[in-house]
Ligand binder design. Structure first.
Ligand code: GDP
Ligand code: MN
Length: 381
């Protein structure tokens, strides 16, 4: 479970980590009022569960009421990578000279928590990790003892943090570790941890993801989860009763049964494609469920082609095929190429029934996946 930046900052601030003066706003008027109270310049920041908000236009620095009004008006209601912004954090702007990164997560390879520090904060830390892994200093922590002061100092020192602020950064890191442990964190991160000209160190962003299996003992944090925080498509999936996970690729995947969908996902990857989602429509494939599933992948801007992997079991292949035909007939124009692979009971009859004006039919899963990867590639070019 993910907390919003403003929620995570409250948790961090309560634990003693310095954060900027801030207020949450749900309307333009509220945002302008908050900005006036805090005092300009302020940063207006979209509160959605995506990184890279700055680049995507979800963060604006403003100097006066007019600018604040304009920025809040622009950001509230905007679509940020599939999330509609319904609240903004209005925050005292930090005049910084440096941006650091500090984070705590579980290193599954080592079976231990790891604390990380980098002087290359402010940017996407995953990219830094790939391009220049040495730019991130790491220290594994023995969870039986917690983080010792010397370990915090060691990793801060190894990252090359300035002497003048090293002790403050170490203390923030050890507070972050304690929070991560006590509050059942999955990932805790401050990026950027801003450094000002007079050597103040302030958490300008905050990420705190909780271990979903531990929510029962973190009631107060669990209550912060809200419907609005969900991805629009995830909300739709809930409504339709589908198991759905958004992924980052462009090949839409629909199947019945989790194993079948996972297999399709793996094959898309195997043939050089990138899955856009995991979507399990469950048992059977009645026209309505098929139509709902297609509605989901068609409304996903990232999807360039769709592979439908259906196994006719209790719902037989001919019924499934009729369902797919009926579902597709409901669309005036089919926006993305759909490739179907049908197997199981009455699969042959099903393939006969499928309307090839609307879908491409492939006899094997391998062929269907390869066709979808190819179709998606062609759209992207
Ligand atoms: P993210 O991109 O979604 O992780 O959002 P962040 O909160 O990390 O902000 C991204 C970038 O916006 C920061 O690295 C800064 O460069 C800039 N930014 C955010 N808040 C402030 C602020 O208070 N003052 C200034 N000058 N820049 C800010
Ligand atoms: Mn950030």
């Amino acid at each position: 479970m993910r907390l919003h930046e403003y929620q995570a900052k409250e948790v961090f601030a309560d634990a003693g980590i310095p954060t900027p003066d801030a207020a949450l706003a749900r309307t333009v008027d509220e945002a302008v009022e908050a900005a006036g109270d805090i005092g300009y310049p302020v940063a207006i920041k979209a509160q959605v569960h995506v990184g890279g908000r700055g680049k995507a236009g979800g963060i604006k620095l403003v100097e006066n009421d007019d600018e604040a009004r304009e920025a809040a008006d622009e950001i509230l209601g905007m679509d940020l990578k599939g999330y509609t912004v319904d609240r903004v954090l209005v925050e005292e702007a930090v005049d910084f000279v440096n941006e650091l990164y500090v984070g705590v997560t579980m290193d599954r390879g080592e079976g231990k928590p790891v604390a990380m520090v980098s002087t290359r904060g402010g940017v996407n830390i995953e990219e830094v990790a790939e391009e220049d892994p040495d730019a991130i200093a790491r220290e594994h922590i023995d969870p039986a003892f917690g983080m010792h002061q010397y370990e915090a100092r060691k990793v801060v020192y190894e990252a090359g943090v300035d002497q003048d602020i090293a002790m403050d950064v170490a203390s923030i890191l050890s507070t972050l570790y304690d929070l991560w442990e006590e509050r059942d964190g999955a990932d805790a991160e401050i990026n950027p941890l801003m450094v000002t000209a007079d050597d103040e160190v302030i958490a300008a962003d905050a990420v705190f993801n909780l271990d979903g299996d531990a929510l029962f003992r973190q009631q107060d944090l669990a209550e912060l989860e809200d419907e609005a925080a969900e991805d629009d498509l995830e909300a739709k999936a809930n409504e339709y009763g589908f198991d759905y996970v958004r992924l980052s690729g462009n090949v839409g995947i629909i199947g019945n049964g989790a194993g079948l969908v996972m297999t399709t996902l793996d094959l898309v990857d195997y043939y050089g494609g990138k899955p856009a989602n995991f979507l399990d429509i469950g048992g059977g494939a009645k026209a309505e469920r098929v139509a709902n599933a297609l509605d989901m992948v068609f409304s996903d801007e990232n999807v360039d082609a769709v592979v439908f992997n259906i196994f006719g079991g209790i719902t037989r292949g001919d019924e499934v095929a009729n369902g797919i035909n009926q579902a597709l007939e409901q669309f005036d124009d089919i926006p993305k190429q759909v490739i179907v692979r049908l197997a199981g009971t009455n699969a042959e009859e099903g393939m006969e029934i499928l309307n090839t004006d609307l879908v491409q039919v492939e006899a094997t899963l391998e062929d269907a996946v390869q066709a979808a990867v190819k179709a998606a590639d062609e759209v992207e070019q």
